[in-house]
Design a protein around this ligand. Sequence first.
Ligand SMILES: [Zn+2]
Length: 349
Amino acid sequence: MRNALGLMLASVVAAVVIAAGGWFYYSSRADQAAPKTMAARAADQLPAQAKLAARDDVETTAALAGKPAAAAPAPAPAPAMPVQQRSTCANPNALGVSRVVEIDTTGGPGFGFEHFKQFDFLTDKEVVLTFDDGPWPVNTPAVLKALADECTKGLFFSVGKHATYHPEILRQVLAQGHTVGTHTWSHVNLNSKKMTEQQVKDEVEKGFSAVRFALGTNPAPFFRFPQLQHNPAMVTYFGTRNVAMFSTDIDSFDFRKGATPEKIVETVMGRLDKLGKGIILMHDFQKHTGEAMPALLARLKAGGYKIVQMKAKTTFQTLPEYDEALLKDLKVPTSSARPIGSVVQTVSQ
Ligand SMILES: [Zn+2]
């Protein structure tokens, strides 16, 4: 009798343990089955300083300057995110990419006729889509979605500091087959009289190191000057670093106060219809730009324009002292100092 009772009790305990274990397993799976969106996770990680930046940077890209580097938060540990290239296009009427050009950046060529007129490589009706100041939650993913829906590609100039805030968004940009260049560490006007030669170099090199850190791989040796401001000494410097410099042919003015998706589309198309081709300057940092993209891409397609993607022949080689300085700034433990791409590689899927 006692044995039978003991057996029953043991069975009940075992059943409870199994049930509890099952519940725990189910809960864990449920958590995994419903991951937060990338933007939601990025928002969770968004430090107060970055949230402030989100508000006061909306009006003008120039306002991005001057955020103290010391306040930059450590980036989220790089999650193992599968890097998938879309090889097929689900949209049979997509705008697509008509031509991919590979740029040999030796000696620092310049592009965009507003400042650099040497390389007139686009033919009539050809355009290059470029996006500055990201990565940023919501806005960058909106641009990515619009581009993906039309199976087309762009060129992104990332601000180094923003890349450290939202590395997973920038990795999505790269994973979706776009080209990633840089746009300084903190978006200062490099041509300001206050900037010393050393400070200019620091802004440029730290920007590249930050984007490399976020991507886990070297970015393209492509660079755009904040506010398109540069001087001959900088052009010489980029020549020594074999980095292509980008200005623009068509400014969308999407960063201006009062910009709306409709105004952005009209500004771009108005100028494009006059010039017939060109490199278009937009900002994936700006909310209205993401909202304007579907209509803009539709207008480009209707107008018979073709998208050219610019890629680099080689990647940018960061300077080790800036990689190290960045890690120190971000307070990344030495044990995880290596970029994810040098530790984890997808070899088959
Ligand atoms: Zn900018």
